[in-house]
Every structure is written in structure tokens, then in C-alpha cells.
Design a protein around this ligand. Sequence first.
Ligand code: AMP
Length: 612
Amino acid sequence: MTLKPSDRILGIDLGTTNSLAAAVLPQGPEALTPPGAPGPLVPSVAVRVEGRWVAGRQAVPHRLTRPGDTFFSIKRLMGRGLEDLAEELPRIPYRVEGGDRKLVKVMADGQGFTPQEISAQILKEVKAGAEAALGESIRRAVITVPAYFDDAQRQATRDAGRMAGLEVERILNEPTAAALAYGLEQKAKGLVAVYDLGGGTFDISILRLDGQVFQVVATHGNTHLGGDDLDHALAEHLAARHPAAPLAEPLAKAALLREAERVKRKLSAALECDYRIDLGAGALSGRVTREELNALAAPLVAATLESCRAALAMGQVDPQQITEVVMVGGMSRVALVRQEVERFFGRRPNVAINPDEVVAVGAAVHGHMLGGHRKDYVLLDVNPLALGLETMGGTFTKIINANSTIPAQATEYFTTSADNQTAVELNIYQGEREFVRDCRNLGRFKLGGLPPMAAGLPKVKVTFTVDANGILTVAAEEERSGKAASIEVIPSHGLTSREIDRIMEDAVEHGMEDLTMRQLVEFRLTAQAVFRGIEKAWPQAQALFTPETQQAIRVQMTQVSAAAEGRDPWRLKAEMDRLGDLTRPLADAIISTAALRELKEFYQEHKERETP
Ligand code: AMP
């Protein structure tokens, strides 16, 4: 069958357990159900069978028969290295190994596959289902990710889309998509809480809506909390009623768990529900009430509200300030969840849209807007590459990260590295690398006329603002003297998306070596600062330390200098730590005096950076 090519931008929710696509149809936005499928959800599962990939619904049964080759929860591995995954690995039955550039690979058929490749298989299945539902061939999509996903995770998602043959028009935050599905961007201002409780994860996001733009104020959550926990609790509750039944056998256990999940769903609508667990030789049956389920769900719900409290605190928001609450995830149908969320925020949550579909629907709405169907809606854009400043040693300090939603604003404080500096130069770059020589220079300006002060004393507040059109303004103010200056630059001017891709790829390729070099430069700078601190404090040191200890400090300083000449950041760090141990009493004694700020900072591992 040949499908008619379409320019439509599909919305895709690439989830941990399930994925799905949605599109804006003449009758409105809708999740797409592939012909013959029971619903729009495509299980996020892929398996290698005889050298070929099988993904989605057909892959699910293989989880039992071929656990080593059947990949699920792959979203948890996207853009992560082995060291990020210590908590995940014990829960995963398939083999995960360290791959190139610190990213992981999963093993099947004696080959390694990246999480991107596995996700691409799932996306292909979603795309094929959507194409069959629409009768169109699709090439463009908006794909959603959790608000807390970092650059690497977003980039991995984008790559998965590309591998699936999709042009990824936008990576959109899941809570933003949910808010768009409800048309909340139409309200001029407000604070939106998006409560997302799925099978295995919980996320709370607080979004600030200002002039049709959502900014993430705070996120919190638990990557191992969700409906599965309630299924297990209910299964145990049921098993306890039948102490003589052989429920420890794997098949009986699976049947019990399946029945528990079914009963849990039923109790969202009904006040009681009968259960029946077939054990071959006989069956167990009985009745469960919603009250019983509520008692089992209470600790889980309490844990989610704890996260809500933490997110509100992080964003410095009171629950009463929240103007809209949006519910996402299948578990948000549970009666107790709705009731407690309503009580917590003091307002009725938005539940009208199917919580399994609301993210995909929002992504479709966003795709529709991007496709030019709503001309008034050009906002909610993202900044393609990080923007920042050159710092000591030619390092690049990012101030606004790639993929930040614009308009965006961020502020950092800098100081001087030499005494009596009357000007600081701000050198603005765009890129993803650790050193400015590998980034793109956007402009420079000088903040002059500063009164002479000791190094480290000036407080230069630098604010990067990207407006809705992608125009960057950089403003600097020395807070002690009130001197200020600013410059406007156009960061993406002349940069094609191909160049962006190349820069992104380079960044991944050189990530490790860059990072090592950067670490070395930073440790060297810290060492210099520490030496300055020690020299300044030497009169106190002589009073405080025995001649032997003073000698030991001097010897250790030469060790640090020798390591600083070398190229191994970790050796330098080790020598500095040793010096730190020797001089700690000195630091403790004088830590409060302003003259020894550098020392104090060193001991507190304070990260304030210095401008050249
Ligand atoms: P998600 O990860 O968003 O697909 O959410 C799936 C979770 O929602 C699973 O734990 C399901 O058991 C649960 N779920 C789906 N429908 C319902 C329902 N009607 N009532 C209670 N839980 C549900």
C-alpha cells in the first residue's frame, strides 16, 4: 500500500512503559489507534528475533520467554552512562554494557545496541501505526521528554527520532505538552502543576505561564514509584487472605499480579470488585473494596505529595498560588490520588482528557502550531545550542543550556582574578564544547570603570536573556560599585540546522577529552588560588603549626606544582587534597576573614569562577 505523503507534524509521547502518537484531525486533536489494535498505546518494548527487530505489542510476550533479548524501560537508559545507572542496573534482566563515549549499549545476538537504536524501533512502530491510522506517510514529529531530561537525554531522543526516519521538529517537555492539551496557554498568566503518576515513575512539574510561554519552575519526582508498587501491595494483600495457596510459583505469582492490576483499575470506577485467580488445580476468589485499596495506596500517595511539597519549595511557590492542576498517567485515575491531589492544591484537577493520552495530544497540538496552523503561536521555542561566557583558561561556561525554552533568562556571578582590575571583559560564545576555541564567538564587551578592588572581591552579575525571537542580550553589573553595561547579539544568525547537528556530534565525539582538559584547567586555577591564600595566611600559619608541619606544607606545595605541570587532573586533585588535609587547621582558624576567601572557597568546594 502506498500512503500519500503528508506534511503533518505528529505528536509522539515516547514513554517508559507505553508510547503513542496523536494528531490534530478536523474534529480536534486525537490519539491515533492503529487499525486492529485495541487502543492507541504501543508498549515501549522491542525484541531481537532471528536477527530482526519486533517492537510494540507483538514484542510483549517475549518478555517472559526471552527476558535477555527483550528490551523494555529503555527510556531510563537514554543518554546515560554506566555510572549514572547504578540504581537501574540491578532491576534490568537484559545485559547493559559501557559503550563508546561513556554511553551504554544493550546486548542481543552478541551485538551491542544503543538505547537510541532500541527507542528508534519503538518509534518506527508508533509511526507505522499512526500512518496506518491516518492513511498518510509521516516524516515530521514533535517528541516529548520529561522536563528534567538533560541535554544528553534530549539529544538521544532526537537521535532516536532521526533513526526512525522522522524529522524531529521539536523536543517538548511532557508537562508542557499536557498543559497545551488543555489549552492552558490561552490563559495569560498562571502557575500550573502537572502531576504525572504512571506505572513506574512519578513526576511533579511546576510551570510558570507567561504570555503563552511555559517555563519550568521546578520538577521533582521518583523514578521508581508508581502503579506497579500498588499492584504488588494489592497482590500481597490478596495472598495474605489465602495463606495455604501455592502463590510463590512464578506462574501463580504472575496471575495474582495480573488480577491485582485489573482489580485496581476496576476500583477507580467501582466501590468494590470481585477477584478470581486461576491456579490450574483450583481458583481463589473474593471481594476487595475501594477502602481496602485506599489503605494500600495511602503511602504511595503520601510519597507523591511529599515530592509536590519539595517541588513547590524549590520553586518558592505556595500551593494556593497554583492556578491549574493537570493530571497525567494512568494511575491518576485512582480515586484516592485525585482526592488527595485536590486537597493538597486546594483546587479541582483537570482530568477531562484521558491521562494516558494527554501528553501525546499536547505534542500533536504543538506540532499543529509549528506547522503554521496557528500563526499567533510562534513562542515556546527552544534555544538550540548553549550560550555562555569564556572563563579562565579559555574554558566555556554555559549560562543558558541548549534546548532551554525561550524566552529564557539566567544569571551567574563572576569575579576578578587579579588585584585592582578596573575592567572585566565578557566574551560571549555559543556551543556545546568545554573550551571556547571549539565554540562560536558571538561578541564581546567590556565592563569598565570599576573601582580598584582586591581579586575576588568584585561581584559581577551577568544576565543572559534570550527573547521570543531568539535575540540574546547580555547584561553585566558589578554590584559593589553599581557599574553596568550590556550588549545585544543574535546567536543563531547564520547557523544552519546542519551546522547545529555537526556541532552536537562533535561535542559528543570530543566530550571525554574536553572534559579531562577542562578539569585540569580548573584544578590548576584552584591550585593557584589556594597558593595565594596560603601565602597571605602564612603569618598565621607560622603561629599555628610546628616547624615540621610548615615544612611539610611547603613540600606538599611543590608536589602540587609538579602535578599542575602534568596532564592528569586526578593526580593534581589528589595532591591538592593532601595539601588540603595539611592546611585544614589553618583554614578553620581563619576561614571567616575576607582576605582568605580563596582558601575558604577551596575548602567549601565552592565553584565560583573567575573571568580572565
Ligand atoms: P502509564 O505509565 O501512564 O501508562 O500508567 C500506567 C499505570 O496506570 C499502570 O500502573 C496502570 O495499572 C495504571 N492504570 C491505568 N488505568 C487505570 C485505571 N483506570 N485505574 C487505576 N490505575 C490505572
